[in-house]
Every structure is written in structure tokens, then in C-alpha cells.
Design a protein. Structure first.
Length: 223
């Protein structure tokens, strides 16, 4: 299941960086190579004529709070921030890149082992059902969602409201399916990072049969 279908990420830069092209010779903080943050950074940089590791230094810095602190201290000039980070930085004098569809990926997914899928599909169905209901409730019950998000993640209500507004524009789907083009792009990126040479079919990685069943069960459900 893809429970986040569009990229909830931005490049957030120090105030002196006015354009992506200004990052030549600068440092960019990502979680680690192979992470969504790395692919986002690479895609945006390449989309503006910059090559990671040649024109821009990519630093693996782990958790978002560590990356954000590095930006505030000037250790790096740009970070990859998800929606709560984007909302945080929007309240400060930092600049984010315009959101463009440069990378086709799955920043949030539900994955299980083949063994679990074969032996205990009922458990997977329960999780899918709960996730779909939670997603739809989050999108439809804005005030309650903001309150719970703020308390659970310990961000301000204003920040939680910005996150909700951003997520409501399309990144958070109500069904969890992926199109063929996105699946192929995910496989291609994974092969490049892991060094896998053989062709990998989409049906070796993606199996939406249980999701299809759950989605049909809950058509028209409202919180």
C-alpha cells in the first residue's frame, strides 16, 4: 500500500540561497543514501543541472532534527524537509524550492514479507482496513486531525494545520494504489542503489490484491 503517493518534501535552503543553481559547491543534508530524501535531493539537483558528489556535496545526517540543526548552525546550506519540516521552516527566514514532479517515488508505503502475506493475510487485511479508515478520517476531520497530530508529534497546532493543508492537496491518497509508471520508477531506483543487474518485474514487488479487497469493502465509508 502506498499511503503517501506524492512527495511531501522540499529542499529548504539558507536565506542566502536564492536559486537551486546557487547550491554549486555547497552541502546538502539527507537522511542517508538510498533514502527518499536522497532521491528527492538528487532529482531536484539534476533537474537544475547539478550533479550530486560533483557539483554538490551530499551528507548523510540521519534524523530530521539533526539535519535541521545543521542548517540552522550553517553546517549545511540546504536540507530535504518533509511537510512538518516545511511548515516549521516557513515560519522562519528560510527558502523552499518550488514543488515540482521531478521524482516518481513512494515516500510512504506499507510493505510485508511474502511469508506473512501467504500465511496470515487476515492480519494484513486488518492493518490495511485501519490505515485506510485513518487516512480518510484525517482528511475529512480537519480540526480533530490537527489536534491529535499536534499532541502526538509535539509540534505546534499552527504547524500541524500547515501539514494538514499540504497533505490535503494530494499526497495522502484515500485508496493506496500506484500506477504502473511509478512502480517501474521505484524498481529502477532500487536497482541502481543496490546494484541489482537483473530485470525485476513489478509483480515481484507490488501486490495490491488485499488492498483491492479492502478498498471495495469500504467504498463510501465516512468517519
Amino acid at each position: 500500500m502506498a499511503f503517501i503517493r506524492q512527495l511531501p518534501y522540499d529542499l529548504v535552503a539558507a536565506p542566502e540561497i536564492k536559486r537551486v543553481e546557487d547550491l554549486r559547491g555547497k552541502k546538502v543534508a539527507v537522511a542517508d543514501r538510498g533514502s527518499v530524501t536522497f532521491f528527492v535531493a538528487r532529482s531536484i539537483l539534476q533537474g537544475h543541472g547539478l550533479e550530486p558528489d560533483r557539483d554538490v556535496t551530499i551528507l548523510n545526517m540521519g534524523r530530521p532534527d539533526v539535519r535541521y540543526q545543521a542548517l540552522m548552525m550553517g553546517t549545511v546550506q540546504v536540507v530535504v524537509a518533509n511537510f512538518d519540516g516545511t511548515a516549521f521552516w516557513s515560519l522562519r527566514d528560510f527558502i523552499r524550492s518550488p514543488r515540482r514532479k521531478l521524482w516518481q517515488g513512494v515516500p510512504g508505503s506499507l510493505s510485508v514479507t511474502q511469508e506473512l502475506l501467504d500465511r496470515r493475510p487476515g492480519e494484513v487485511v486488518k492493518l490495511l482496513r485501519t490505515t485506510l479508515k485513518g487516512t480518510r478520517a484525517y482528511l475529512q476531520l480537519r480540526d480533530e486531525a490537527i489536534k491529535i497530530t499536534s499532541e502526538w508529534t509535539r509540534i505546534t497546532p499552527a504547524n500541524a494545520a500547515k501539514v494538514h493543508d499540504l497533505m490535503s492537496t494530494g499526497p495522502l491518497p484515500t485508496d493506496g494504489f500506484l500506477d504502473r509508471e511509478t512502480m517501474e520508477a521505484v524498481i529502477a531506483d532500487a536497482r541502481e542503489v543496490t546494484g541489482v543487474k537483473r530485470t525485476v518485474r513489478a509483480d515481484e514487488v507490488f501486490d495490491f490484491r488485499l488492498l483491492q479487497r479492502v478498498d471495495e469493502e469500504w467504498q463510501g465509508w465516512r468517519p
